[in-house]
Design a protein around this ligand. Structure first.
Ligand code: UGA
Length: 434
């Protein structure tokens, strides 16, 4: 049993903290946001993540998981301190490091004995050393010592708990072998592949992994756009490519482009890091541009299919950036819906989980529907932006009978072409013949 403090109860901190407590450690999760901590103490989870509520409840009741706003006291009470605060995209596209730096300052001020400081936030290469300097500069007790470890996270929203409890690998970067060994032992119950490296390489692995996955997505989206022009079907192309074990079938699903809190932020951040380091990462910049344009590819299909948007009633199915989350960050719906409203369309939106968070992000004028059937009722066209299970398994005969015109623009390739044809829909998807 280890005593662990996790600074930051965002998606990464909360899931990691809960999973560390699940494997028998005593974990204190802290945050400066009083409202959030109060809610967590009552067992209310600020994000939608399947299984998280039960996990938090179980471990809170077992007195292995605690929540506090007293960050200083939480630091003093543990010997492993995880920094899991946000590194949002700043206006320049770089990672905003202010929360990491303030966590480092706080750790320095409350360093009351030897501690291992582990960075889990996604940070530019060199941040580990910066944290070391800030902690040292803020030490109140001169004799105290510490080591720095980088242990980036690879959780996906919507499957975060499974990804953590049976992770593919744990990357552990440090210049101190003993500290790295302690963090490796902490991961032993996860029965995962442990990969030891230096601090800088661990920081780079996180960016390289995320931007590589983003590259796969932009690549297949570009192939999809060509498929449309030459009469090929991207679903088959991607399946055929994926059979090559060197390529693999994952992250080759063409669609409306990637969103979320990670890929957009990390692709921009790595482009900045490389510019600063004197390397023009043209490939990555092109990945970003391809992704931005992909939303408009779907938008253009929509406009072409209904011949102008003014006065049209549009059913938007799916608002979150992907299924099984209520996260709206960089969701395609945030680009598409304001554009539809601007062009004079009426928007009736349905999302099984994200409607409440969408209301905070989208302009007023959107009508939110509790049920999918309400959104499609009387619609001139239906646009699918998120591949939620209930959207993929919707009753096509019913939807066909409710819509004014049976037109579906599918940004996620949810349906078989033949099935939609059989139901009498005019169906436009991505990278497949209409
Ligand atoms: C991503 C990574 O997959 C995680 O490994 C990483 O830990 C996380 O970022 C992070 O840095 O915190 P996440 O953003 O939760 O996880 O979601 P993904 O499942 O990776 O999807 C990202 C975006 O790519 C979504 O918009 C999704 O719709 C899109 N996508 C994904 C595609 O368009 N096509 C695909 O084939 C796969």
């Amino acid at each position: 049993m280890r005593k662990i403090t996790v600074i930051g109860t965002g998606y990464v901190g909360l899931v990691s903290g809960a999973c560390f407590s699940e494997i028998g450690n005593r974990v204190i999760c802290c945050d400066v946001d009083e409202g959030k901590i109060k809610r967590l103490r009552r067992g209310e989870i600020p994000i939608y993540e399947p299984g998280l509520e039960e996990l938090v409840k179980r471990n809170t009741e077992a007195e292995r998981l605690y929540f506090t706003t007293d960050v200083g006291e939480a630091i003093e009470a543990s010997d492993i301190i995880y920094i899991a605060v946000g590194t949002p995209m700043s206006e320049t596209g770089e990672a905003d490091m202010r929360y990491v730096m303030s966590a480092a300052k706080k750790i320095g001020e409350h360093l009351n004995g030897y501690k291992i400081i582990v960075n889990k936030s996604t940070v530019p290469v060199g941040t580990g050393e910066l944290v070391r300097e800030v902690v040292s500069a803020n030490k109140k007790v001169p004799w105290t010592t510490f080591d720095i470890v980088s242990n980036p996270e690879f959780l996906r929203e919507g499957s975060a708990i499974a990804d953590c409890m049976s992770m593919d690998r744990a990357i552990i970067g440090s210049d101190n072998r003993e500290a790295a060994k302690v963090i490796a032992e902490l991961h032993a119950p996860f029965k995962t592949h442990i990969f030891f490296t230096d601090l800088e390489s661990a920081e780079m692995i996180k960016y390289a992994a995320n931007t590589f996955l983003a590259t796969k997505i932009s690549f297949i989206n570009a192939i999809a756009n060509i498929c449309e022009r030459v009469g090929a079907n991207v679903v088959d192309v991607s399946a055929g490519m994926g059979l090559d074990s060197r390529i693999g079938s994952k992250f080759l699903q063409a669609g409306i482009g990637y969103g979320g809190s990670c890929f957009p932020k990390d692709t921009y951040a790595l482009a900045h890091i490389s510019d600063k380091a004197g390397y023009d990462f043209e490939l990555l910049k092109s990945v970003i541009r391809t992704n931005q344009k992909q939303r408009y590819v779907v938008m253009d299909k929509l406009r072409d299919a209904v011949g102008g948007l003014s006065g049209k009633q549009i059913a938007v199915l799916g608002l979150a950036f992907k299924p099984e989350t209520d996260d709206m960050r960089y969701a395609p719906s945030l680009t598409i819906i304001p554009e539809l409203l601007k062009q004079g369309a009426t928007v009736r939106a349905y999302d099984p989980v994200a409607a409440e968070s969408a209301k905070r992000e989208l302009p007023s004028g959107v009508q939110y529907c509790e049920r999918l059937e309400q959104a499609v009722n009387g619609a001139d066209v239906c646009v699918i932006l998120t591949e939620w299970k209930d959207i993929m398994s919707m009753d096509l005969a019913l939807v066909r009978s409710l819509m004014k015109h049976p037109v579906i623009i599918d940004g996620r390739n949810c349906f078989d072409l033949e099935v939609l044809e059989r139901f009498g829909f005019q169906y436009h998807s991505v990278g497949r013949p209409p």
